[in-house]
Design a protein around this ligand. Structure first.
Ligand code: HEM
Length: 334
C-alpha cells in the first residue's frame, strides 16, 4: 500500500470514529459485558448473550430482485456457503427451550475474495433498547444480587416505566407463541442497512428471514411434554429429512421512516422484496462446529451492503469482541 493511501485510510478511520456521537462512544464494552455477567453470572466459555446454541451450515441463493438492489456477491445468484448458529436469547447456557425469550439465528455468508456478511437475528421485530446507554441501564436494572441470587422486581419495574422504548419488545415476547422449532419462526435483523446497487442507487432496508413452510408453535400441553431441551434434536431431525428453508425478505424504507432506532418497526405497508433463499442443510451432532469461534459482528458487511445510522452497531461490534475474547480465553464451549 502506498504511503498516501495509508494516510487516507487512517484519516478516514479517524473521521469515522470522530463522527460517532460522543455520548455513545463513552459506553465501555467492558462495562456492557460485565452487565451481562451481572444478570446471567459469569458462564465461563459461553457467549455472554445467545449462550445456549448450536452450529449449523446452510447455503444462500440470491434472487434477481436481490441482485438489482445490491451489488453484493451475496445476491449474485450463485450458491453461497453460510456458517449458521441457532440460539436462545440471553447469557444462560441452561435456558429453557420453552422460555418467553427470543430464538436467534446468526449467519455468516462466506463470499468470494475473502468477503463475508455476519449477522445475528432475533425472533422479534424490534430490539428492547435504542442506544448503548439504554442497553447498559437495561442490564444494570436486571442485575442479580450475588447474596440472594435474585434480581429486584421493583427496580426492573421502575426501569421499564422510565424506558417506554423497551415496552414493544417486552410485550411482544410476553405474548409470542412458543416456537415448535428453530426452523418454524421468523427472524428479524431489526437494524437498518443500506443496499447499494451496481447502478449506484442506494436504499435503506431492514430484512427478515421467514420459514418457507410457515410458522409452527406449541400449545401449553405440548410445551409441557417437550420440556426444556428439545430444540437442538428437533432441528437435527427436521434437517435430516429435508433442508429447512427461509426466504430473506427486505422492507424498503420510505421518507420519514426511523433509521437509527431498532425499537421502532416500520409500517407493514412498506414494499417487501424477496432477495434470496437460505437453506439449512446440516446441524452439528454435538456442541462443536465452525460457529464456535465466530462472533457474528453485525458491522462485518460485504461491498454493496452498508450499516445504517443505528448507534447499536458500534456498541454491538465492541461488546461482541469483548465477549469473544473472554470466552475464547476460557476455552470456548459453544
Ligand atoms: C447494544 C446492544 C447489544 C449488545 C451490547 C449486545 C451484546 C451481545 C453479546 C455480548 C453477545 C455475545 C457475543 C459473542 O460472545 O460472540 C451477543 C450475541 C448476540 N446478539 Fe447481541 N447485543 C446487542 C444488540 C443486539 C441486537 C439489536 C440484536 C438483534 C437484532 C442482537 C442479537 C444477538 C444474537 C442473535 C446473538 C447470538 C449470536 C450468536 O449465535 O453468536 N443483539 N450480543
Amino acid at each position: 500500500m502506498k504511503k498516501s493511501t495509508i494516510a487516507q485510510t487512517l484519516t478516514a478511520a479517524a473521521l469515522a470514529v470522530a463522527a460517532l456521537p460522543a455520548a455513545h462512544a463513552q459506553v465501555s464494552p467492558l462495562e456492557v459485558v460485565d452487565g451481562f455477567e451481572g444478570v446471567f453470572g459469569k458462564q465461563a466459555g459461553f457467549r455472554r448473550s445467545g449462550a445456549k446454541g448450536i452450529c449449523a451450515s446452510a447455503t444462500f441463493t440470491g434472487t434477481e430482485a436481490g441482485k438489482e438492489m445490491s451489488s453484493s456477491a451475496v445476491f449474485s445468484g450463485a450458491k453461497v456457503p453460510v456458517t449458521a448458529r441457532f440460539s436462545l436469547g440471553g447469557g444462560n447456557p441452561k435456558a429453557s427451550d420453552i422460555a418467553k425469550i427470543t430464538r436467534n439465528m446468526a449467519l455468516k455468508f462466506n463470499l468470494p475474495k475473502g468477503e463475508s456478511w455476519e449477522m445475528a437475528n432475533i425472533s422479534a421485530p424490534f430490539f428492547a433498547v435504542a442506544t448503548p446507554e439504554q442497553m447498559l441501564g437495561f442490564l444494570k436494572a436486571r442485575a442479580v444480587d450475588p447474596a440472594t441470587g435474585k434480581n429486584d422486581p421493583e427496580r426492573i419495574k421502575a426501569w421499564n416505566a422510565a424506558n417506554p422504548e423497551a415496552k414493544p419488545q417486552i410485550d411482544y415476547l410476553a405474548k409470542a407463541p412458543i416456537p415448535a422449532s428453530y426452523g418454524s419462526v421468523n427472524y428479524w435483523g431489526v437494524s437498518t442497512y443500506k443496499f447499494r446497487a451496481s447502478n449506484g442507487r442506494v436504499e435503506y432496508v431492514r430484512y427478515t428471514f421467514e420459514p418457507v413452510k410457515g410458522l409452527e408453535s406449541l400449545s401449553e400441553d405440548e410445551q409441557k411434554a417437550k420440556g426444556a431441551n428439545f430444540l437442538f434434536d428437533e432441528l437435527r431431525q427436521r434437517v435430516a429429512k429435508a433442508p429447512v428453508e427461509f426466504n430473506m425478505v427486505v422492507q424498503v424504507a420510505e421518507n420519514g421512516d426511523v433509521l437509527d432506532n431498532s425499537t421502532v418497526a416500520w409500517p407493514d405497508t412498506r414494499k417487501r422484496v424477496v432477495v434470496g433463499k437460505l437453506s439449512i442443510d446440516k446441524v452439528s451432532a454435538d456442541d462443536k462446529g465452525e460457529c464456535v469461534g465466530i462472533t457474528y459482528n453485525p458491522m462485518v458487511v460485504p461491498s454493496g451492503v452498508e450499516t445504517g445510522p443505528d448507534p447499536l452497531f458500534v456498541a454491538r461490534a465492541s461488546s461482541y469482541a469483548v465477549s469473544l475474547g473472554r470466552r475464547l480465553g476460557e476455552g470456548a464451549k459453544q
